[in-house]
Design a protein around this ligand. Sequence first.
Ligand SMILES: [Zn+2]
Length: 467
Amino acid sequence: MNRRTFLKAGGAATALAAGGGWPLANAAAGEVATARASAKPRNIIFLVSDGMSSGTLSIADQYLRWRDGRPSHWIRLYEEGKVSRGLMDTASRNNIVTDSAAASSAWGCGRRVNNDTVNMGPNGEAYEPILVTAKQHGKATGLVTTATVTHATPAGFAANIRNRWQEDDIAVQYIEREVDVLLGGGQNHFKATRRDDERDLIDECREAGYTLAMDAAELAAAIDKDTDKLLGLFADSLLPYELDRINNDDLAKHVPSLADMTRSALQVLNRNPNGFIVQIEGARVDHAAHNNDIGGLVFDQLAFDDAIGAAVEFAEADGDTLVIVTTDHGNANPGLNSGWQGGRYRFETLSKFRGTHEAIFNRINAESSLGAIWEAIGDVTKVGVSRNRVKLLLSALRGEYEAPYYRSSNANALLGQIIANETDVGWAGGRHTSDHAELAAFGPGSEGIRAFMKNTDLHQLMVNTWA
Ligand SMILES: [Zn+2]
């Protein structure tokens, strides 16, 4: 799409309107970011583990060393000295604690916007998202996620929306802006039967030349075709948590892993002679953190790490690709507290988990018997919970439990505390945090990473590789 269509689609006043800023972060309007890329990579792969606290990165790496005798791909990049590394200030325009929409917008348009908005200023100004800019430089563009493809983090690279939950509208913008590869969940926002306006976007994509894939087998078949436009939607809404996916034969067969989606996206995008930019998101790390769900958290972080492995493998072979690996904000700050037997026994407990909190709560509710609750927890986690703790959980399911810290009063948080007796992973809360975030980059252009950067600086770093 050209600039004129972008402005029309976004209802933009001007991309240069004042943006404001969080005072502590000194994100003043119009401030020119100082990040400079000294090289011009052909491709950019931007990987986001959504809502990844530092403890999440550590625990997943340590678990992998215990289980498979190898480090995570992310930490291996550090061990081998292959990356530039820094901490990122993640604040949004109106909050020191960002949400995913504002966080991804900071990368997407180089501006801090208010929480819940996507690439739009407080007075409705639309700021050009990076995938629109990329098109003007002849780049192919892609979004890959384990959430809906229209979720806040992917949207931050391609959409302009006042409220992140207008996902039907985000889907339309993706098509108007010709995002070449879309892989994730969210059929609901493309199907005529599920959209408010009854538009059949799946059909519209087919007519616009997209190859369609609605399960893992179709994705594999689509790659074999010579397609350069790909729409893969593998669930009505979010894709399943990795721990639930790998423990359910049907899901494991039909829903591709994030690493599989990553390889597919890279293969298709790489057909463009001018290169590409793609955002790849491990979305459900954030959801597991909100739920204080250690099984959901670790296995989704490991699935994300496999996607890093796929990206680095591509980039090392290609030699002309900038890989950025980061998170948009911390969440719930899990930490392994002095584990018994050096933590190893705790990892053994974790290795026996066969599902997430969601798998447990799908089986029980406020009407359940104590025995049914005990059995559901035991079936999924192999943990035997005491009668008193089961009683507490039932009171939380009934909305009658009040934790000393009010945010921990819900059933998910309480289950997280109960399970923590077996894993020693404690939680600081259940919301996003203000922590500075881990940031690493590999390949040409990564020289622009500094020890401490603002989220908005990354936008400038990427755009400068095309200047
Ligand atoms: Zn997020």
